[in-house]
Structures are given as C-alpha cells and as structure tokens.
Design a protein around this ligand. Structure first.
Ligand code: URA
Length: 239
C-alpha cells in the first residue's frame, strides 16, 4: 500500500499525510521515508512522530451496476458507478475490478486493494466471469462448440468459454457465458462473431462470488469475509 494512503487513513487526510512524510516524520522500519508513493508492505512497521500507525483493512464492495452509468471515476457526460456509492464511501480509495459497458448491468466489484483488482482481471489467474445474455436468433449446439473452441475476434482469439443455452427460440435466446478473461466488449464481440448480437447483458458472478439477490440496481454492500477470502485465494494473495 502507498505510504501516503497508509498514513492518510490514520490522519483522515491524505494531504496531511503527505506533509508529514515530506517533513521526515514518517518512518518505515525505523528509516525516514519522504516519498508518499513508497510501497509499504504488510510486514513493515510504520511510525508517525515515533508512534506506530496501524493499517486500516482494505474495503471491498459488490455493486449492482444499473444500465446507464459508466465504470469510471469521473465522466463529462454520464453518471458513474462511484456516484452510486453512499457519500461516506465515495472518499475511499476504491477502484473498479474491470469495466462493465454503460448498457451492461450486474455485478461490479470495487476494492481498495489495487493488486487484487489487477489480478482478478489478469488472464494469468483465469478468474471466471459469468454473464447472462439475451442474444438475437436461435443458439444451437454448434454455438456451444465454437465458444468452447475459442472464438477468433480478429485482433485476438478469445479463450475457450462455456456456453449454457437456457432458452432458444427463433427470434432470441437466453444463455449464460462463462469466460476467463475480460477484454474490451469481449462478450458482445464473441456473440457477434457467432452472428448472435447481444441485446442485453448482465454479469452474474466473478470468481464464484455471485451478485447478492437482495441488492437492487444501484445498491452495494461490503463483501463478506468468505467472499473476500475466496477472491484472495483465487489470486494467490493473502487478505
Ligand atoms: N463483455 C462485454 O461485451 N461488455 C461488458 O461490459 C463486459 C463483458
């Protein structure tokens, strides 16, 4: 964790923390560190004016993203997922775990642990993301096979994905697609490549952590200890 964030949480002010750091009042393992961007490790002993500064546990949230807002901190045209957070949480140092398009609904994870966010979207850890899609036209067994083989998308070939067809009719089908990566517009591009353009898309789960059915669109809640532990285990990290 950045040193200015660590100390900022104790002082309830990142600016005051930076000032204290610049003045040489903050020590890491007994050595004054004057760089707020210094990456302090969990095992480090941080002091301010000689007094130990405890580290606040990182916050992790699940948000039911509604359609219409963008996954960004700020946007000139649209409301953002951060506008949906209760005011007390908007000042926290949360980042979104990947992006959902403006029209896409469902589970968006937000975390103060940047490394966790990075690993959850990295192809290296192959974290599963499950989407419920309504697509144009009738999905057939050939589509399941093509998704399982990996769909060429021009600039890259999507990794093998699991397609479960839930209902299939001439005009539209409902299906669950489980992917292990998250490139830009990936799910929409995969269905489009099979000539079944996506009409609506909703993310159900990430890494086996499912969107809480008691949440309404726009609402969020902290992850439980079990959910948090699961995400850390999947990404080979310690909470
Ligand atoms: N795939 C998409 O096409 N869009 C999203 O928002 C997420 C996955």
């Amino acid at each position: 964790m950045r040193l200015d964030r660590w100390v900022g949480e104790a002082l309830s002010s990142r600016a005051k923390a930076r000032e204290a750091i610049m003045q040489g009042r903050v020590r890491v393992n007994g050595v004054p560190v004057r760089d707020g961007a210094y990456g302090a490790q969990d095992s480090d002993a941080v002091t301010l004016d000689g007094a130990p500064v405890g580290k606040r546990a990182a916050l992790h949230l699940m948000l039911y993203k509604p359609a219409g807002c963008v996954t960004a901190r700020e946007d000139a045209r649209f409301s953002t997922v951060f506008d949906l957070l209760p005011p007390a949480l908007r000042t926290r140092d949360l980042c979104a775990v990947g992006r959902l398009d403006r029209d896409v609904t469902g589970l968006l994870l937000l975390t103060e642990d940047g490394q966790l966010a990075h690993r959850l979207i990295s192809p290296r850890f192959e974290v599963e993301k499950a989407y419920l899609a309504r697509v144009a036209g009738r999905l057939e067994s050939g589509d399941i096979l093509r998704m399982a083989e990996g769909v060429p998308l021009g600039d890259f070939t999507a990794r093998p994905a699991r397609l479960e067809v839930l209902t299939s009719a001439e005009d539209f089908s409902l299906a669950r697609l489980t992917v292990h990566e998250g490139k830009f517009h990936q799910v929409k591009r995969m269905f489009a490549a099979l000539s079944h353009p996506v009409e609506t898309l909703h993310r159900e789960s990430v890494g086996g952590v499912a969107l809480d059915v008691s949440l309404q669109p726009g609402q969020c809640r902290p992850l439980t200890a079990e959910e948090t532990a699961r995400l850390y285990a999947l990404t080979e990290m310690k909470p």
